[in-house]
Design a protein around this ligand. Structure first.
Ligand SMILES: [Zn+2]
Length: 296
């Protein structure tokens, strides 16, 4: 009997393991690997640069470089060095994906070499309301739909309304199948359970709209592995949908309240394999309960 159970377990593991590996490669990375510096050419001229667990992209053209998300003085210095290893061209544009301090600090090094700093116009109000001396104020703002053109390349800046903050720009370099989605998706991860500055309803709408966009099959996020297939965004959208459905149904049943309700939420196995699921699910359920209870 014991032997039969053991064999059953081995067979189950053999069946589950390949799917788990393909679903969550991020789970296999060590903290050192996540924090390590890396420069990856994701498509011709399009680079992902990561350090200290934060990621930016830069675009190299014959007439200069477009960089995003300086992140911190240290990250910006490291990214500037990484750019210098690829090209002698100056950085002509610095674009903020969104306003959060873990992405926008440290831009001075690029401003000093003459870069034009660009953000969505809604970021300005945040920079003024919550000042930080590490933020270089944008020279130019956009409303979404514009492109930054340089050296024969075009970086399209797309805006989907509020989702994570209200000034998130999603970017796509022409001729590539890659979207830079900022903090909207950390591949194969559930993200932070309290959904900091995410508006759940608008966030789900945005992910659905991005998923439906034609012409892309890979994504880069502000955190996590350098590049992931589109499936990573689809997984995050499906996770959010499953979470919101589960919490709504639990609220409608009206059997449990408060912590007991949040701790009762359990999603299907495919979502339990996402990075951070166990640590974050009850808090995520609480956040969504407030969305349904309060409308925010
Ligand atoms: Zn953010």
């Amino acid at each position: 009997m014991t032997v039969r159970i053991s064999i059953g377990r081995v067979v189950a593991l053999l069946l589950v393991a390949p799917a788990a590996l393909s679903q969550s490669p991020y789970e296999n990375l060590t903290r050192e690997q996540i924090m390590a510096r890396s420069t990856d050419e994701i498509a011709p001229g399009l680079y992902a640069f990561g350090s200290f667990g934060e990621r930016s992209i830069f675009v190299v053209t014959a007439e200069g470089v477009i960089a995003t998300d300086p992140t911190s003085a240290e990250h910006a210095r490291a990214m500037r060095a990484a750019i210098g290893e690829v090209t002698e061209q100056p950085v002509r544009y610095l674009i903020y994906s969104h306003q959060h301090w873990d992405h926008v600090l440290g831009g001075q090094i690029f401003k000093d070499e003459g870069a034009t700093v660009v953000s969505h116009e809604n970021c300005l109000a945040h920079f003024r309301a919550t000042p930080n001396s590490g933020v270089v104020m944008p020279d130019q703002t956009v409303t979404g739909g514009e492109s930054i053109s340089l050296g024969g390349r075009k970086l399209k800046l797309m805006y989907f309304g509020r989702n994570h903050g209200d000034c998130m720009l999603v970017m796509q370099l022409d001729g590539t199948d890659v979207l830079f989605v900022g903090d909207l998706v950390t591949p194969y991860s559930v993200g932070l359970g309290f959904f900091p500055d995410y508006y759940p309803g608008d966030y789900l709408r945005t992910l659905t709209e991005i998923e439906a966009l034609p012409g892309w099959s890979r994504m880069i996020g502000n955190h996590g592995i350098p590049v992931a297939p589109k499936e990573a965004l689809v997984q995050r959208r499906r996770y959010l949908e499953a979470l919101m459905d589960a919490v709504r149904l639990a609220l409608e049943r009206n059997e449990l309240q408060g912590d007991a309700l949040y701790q009762s939420i359990e999603l299907p196995e495919e979502f339990r394999q996402m990075r951070g699921y166990r640590r974050n699910i009850a808090r995520a359920a609480e956040r969504i309960a407030y969305y349904y209870g309060m409308g925010w």
